[in-house]
Design a binder for this molecule. Structure first.
Ligand code: S3P
Length: 424
């Protein structure tokens, strides 16, 4: 197939959650544009409204928020499918004087929360939990500072602690085995909140400054752009422009690995939006070869492993993803499901302890894929279905609404469009 024209991925999910939360904590009116309208971001908005924030309808063109002191909710805070809502809200709630109960859908209730509740308890938050997951009840209050060495590279853990420092007005320092995405740090810096980095340790130092209201344009999500980039790389010919993509170096591991596999993605019109680097991407089809993805690279591409594994299944030779055990506790057990689904469409793939091995083939992929209602599995295997001769059936498609509501429309559009010259 031939690709042409341009697509514009939806707003960055990680940044959308964070700007909503910070605007709800700020005094005064904030104006946010380019926000993701997916279900996960709506979960954060819903929870913040239950805590008293005044938030207009979530739409890409603009959202207005009047922040104020948060109030005790009169019912449970349901975070839906969103791990980011649950874990970052725990940090925010640790600094409040009231109790709140958090829950979520069946997938979220299975996901580990102790990685966040342990350090928050060390700061003085009281947490009632049944096991390592939701529902749980948190009562914050007077916190003490924390120096925390996180056993895992997780932006959600790091951000929860930074938010607890901010709302509890206590100093915190976090170190992690590898640097995870730094959107929280960049936003704190952008708003003049006391954030510092020394030798890989991230510190927040409280100051008398209140959180100012702000205006910000959220860049497009590189994790969503990755699906369009991957489809264009797998196409027969043509060129695709992917507009307005956040290229924060803690998120661009997908492009780095793709380059090693033989696909060069150009970045043009580099610019800055609210402290985040943004570019347009130019993508052309390429012949791929297998590679080794190191443990240090994983945090920079953690959500792109499913689509990279799909690309690896079309590459020459083998690919190994090292130390991807964390994928077992994402929206689904992505490690086992990526491997099982690749096998289901005729490729060779296997999860061995914490590594994922994928063997490339040029046989057309055919078979039925179980998405387990995981948005990134649905999108990764939909991309595999664009390969010549493919027949990939997805168990469901609705889950894309979590992070990329217009995914199928955008995927179709990149093939359908004709230039005036072709149409003649
Ligand atoms: C996110 C961090 C990542 C990522 C998730 C969003 C964030 O999780 O998988 O989709 O917004 O902080 P961890 O850093 O906890 O692995």
């Amino acid at each position: 197939m031939t690709v042409s024209g341009s697509v514009r991925p939806p707003g960055d999910k990680s940044i959308s959650h964070r700007v909503l939360m910070l605007a709800a904590l700020a005094r005064g009116k904030s104006e946010l544009s380019g926000l993701l309208t997916g279900a996960d971001v709506k979960s954060s908005a819903r929870v913040l409204r239950q805590l008293g924030a005044d938030i207009s309808r979530i739409q890409e063109s603009g959202v207005r928020i009047s922040g104020s002191r948060l109030q005790a909710p009169d019912s449970r805070l349901n975070c839906g499918n969103s791990g980011t809502s649950a874990r970052l809200m725990l940090g925010i709630l640790a600094g409040q004087t009231f109790a709140a109960t958090l829950t979520g859908d069946a997938s979220l209730r299975r996901r580990p929360m102790r990685r966040v509740t342990e350090p928050l308890k060390q700061m003085g938050a009281r947490i009632k939990e049944l096991g390592d997951g939701l529902p749980l009840t948190i009562r914050g209050g007077k916190l003490r500072g924390l120096e925390y060495r996180s056993p895992i590279a997780s932006a959600q853990v790091k951000s929860a602690i930074l938010f607890a420092g901010l709302t509890g007005q206590v100093p915190v320092t976090i170190t992690e085995p590898y640097r995870s995405r730094d959107h929280t740090e960049r936003l704190f810096a952008h708003l003049g909140l006391g954030i510092h980095e020394r030798g890989g340790a991230i510190s927040y130092q409280p100051s008398a400054v209140r959180i100012p209201s702000f205006g910000i344009a959220v860049p497009g999500d590189i994790s969503s752009a990755a699906f369009m980039v991957a489809a264009a790389v797998l196409a027969k010919d043509g060129e695709l422009l992917v507009e307005n993509v956040g290229v924060n170096p803690t998120r661009t591991g997908f492009l780095v690995v793709l380059e090693r596999m033989g696909a060069h993605v150009e970045r043009i019109n580099l610019r800055d939006e609210g402290g985040e680097p943004v570019a347009d991407l130019v993508v052309r089809p390429a012949r791929l070869r297998g590679t080794a993805v190191t443990a240090a690279e994983i945090p920079t591409l953690v959500d792109e492993v499913p689509v990279l594994a799909v690309l690896a299944s079309r590459a020459l030779g083998a690919t190994v993803f090292h130390e991807v055990g964390e994928l077992r506790v994402k929206e689904s057990n992505r490690l086992e499901l990526v491997a099982a689904n690749l096998r289901a469409v005729g490729a060779r793939a296997e999860a061995q302890t914490n590594d994922l091995h994928v063997e490339g083939t040029d046989k057309p992929p055919r078979g039925k894929v179980q998405t387990a209602s995981d948005h990134r599995l649905a999108m990764a295997f939909a991309v595999l279905g664009t390969v010549a001769g493919a027949d990939v059936k997805l168990s469901e498609r609705k889950s894309v609404a979590i992070s990329y509501p217009e995914f199928f429309r955008d995927l179709e559009r990149m093939y359908a469009r004709r230039t005036t010259h072709d149409a003649r």
